[in-house]
Design a protein around this ligand. Structure first.
Ligand code: COA
Ligand code: MG
Length: 315
């Protein structure tokens, strides 16, 4: 199956039970709007929140943004109803479902079967996509198998707070990676971030970074974006509207990057036409691997330009 390529610089998490926030979200410049049924919704509001997700998904005003919602994890009594109640009523309005705390490939496979059955019964024309959130020690251990567990998967998402808790890191009120005090502890997030991005990219998936909790600290957020961008991440979650501009900017290739990437692609194609596999551009070697990175840069920049700040899906 052909996987859709979507612009995923910024993913705004919106508690589905907060009516005002849901309404506001559709006017915000996020590439993906993710209506949350999991940790931002108290247990006694789960059912009401599902109705709100259906209502929001079927409303107008999405304007090319990716329509996502997050179910509860597969170890809870909520996950199956989160899938069935929403997909039965609004399945053709769902682009992707985010699955939290995935521990094992079997969880994604089970969801894949249920979605296939519902799509057949309801005549939903396109396949609903999945994103797996990697935020437990078990999930990180199995991330390679999870990444290839379903052709519906489009992205892996790193969940920093739950991952930290799962391996027993003292949290100390962290906002996310990029906190200034990290100099004293060494960069403890390098291993999980790198492991997840490697599994994602090896499977042809996007890699999305965890949110930065201190939404009043744009500099910390910018540092956090720079870290995951440098490691190969495609985008980052936001929990507050004020974070969107910083994130979009950080994950949009700069003009300089785009110009250089176009020169790399052109130089490489000219070299290939001469029967050569590598060439120097600006005194640096360019080969098949560097040309792939250059092509991704050009594709993301074009999608960002077309979306005019929001996240139009591109094929
Ligand atoms: N989505 C949409 N709108 C949001 C929003 C979000 N995630 N977070 C805040 N807003 C809105 C507020 O409703 C407010 O709207 P208004 O100006 O029309 O009144 C505006 O943005 C400014 O919000 P502010 O007053 O600065 O913050 P707050 O105290 O209302 O909310 C949080 C702060 C942290 C409680 C809130 O941002 C939030 O719940 N974020 C999402 C948490 C989440 O999804 N967690 C799970 C994933 S980790
Ligand atoms: Mg989590």
């Amino acid at each position: 199956m052909e996987r859709p390529i979507r612009l995923r610089r910024s993913i705004l998490s919106v508690p589905a039970n907060r009516e005002k926030m849901v309404r506001k979200a559709l006017g915000l410049p996020a590439d993906v709007i993710m209506l949350d049924l999991e940790d931002s919704v108290p247990v006694d509001e789960k059912e009401k929140a599902r109705h709100a997700v259906v209502e929001a998904l079927t409303a107008s005003g999405w304007d090319g943004r990716v329509r996502a919602y997050r179910i509860n994890d597969m170890g809870t009594p909520f996950a199956y109803r989160d899938l069935i109640d929403v997909v039965e009523k609004a399945g053709s309005h769902v682009d992707v479902i985010v699955v939290p705390k995935v521990n094992d490939a079997a969880e994604i496979k089970a969801i894949d079967y249920w979605l296939t059955q519902m799509e057949m019964r309801l005549g939903i024309p396109k396949k609903i996509g999945l994103e797996a959130s990697i935020e437990t020690a078990q999930g990180m251990l199995h991330v390679g198998e999870i990444a290839v567990s379903s052709s519906r998967l489009e992205a892996l998402v790193f969940g920093i707070a739950d991952y930290g808790a799962s391996v027993g890191m003292p949290s100390g009120g962290i906002s996310g990676h990029g906190d200034a005090e990290e100099g004293t502890t060494g960069f403890r997030w390098l291993f999980p971030l790198s492991r997840m991005v490697m599994a994602a990219k090896a499977a042809g998936l996007a890699a999305v970074d965890a949110p930065y909790g201190d939404f009043r600290a744009p500099q910390g957020l910018a540092r956090s974006c720079a870290v995951s961008r440098a490691l190969g991440y495609d985008g980052k979650w936001a929990i507050h509207p004020d974070q969107l501009d910083v994130i979009n900017r950080a994950f949009t290739p700069s003009e300089e990057d785009v110009t250089r990437s176009l020169r790399i692609v052109e130089a490489y194609e000219a070299a290939r036409a001469r029967g050569e596999g590598s060439v120097a551009v600006d005194g640096k070697m360019v080969d098949a691997a560097s040309v792939r990175i250059a092509r991704v840069t050009v594709t993301v920049a074009e999608a960002a330009r077309r979306s005019g700040g929001s996240g139009e899906s591109t094929a």
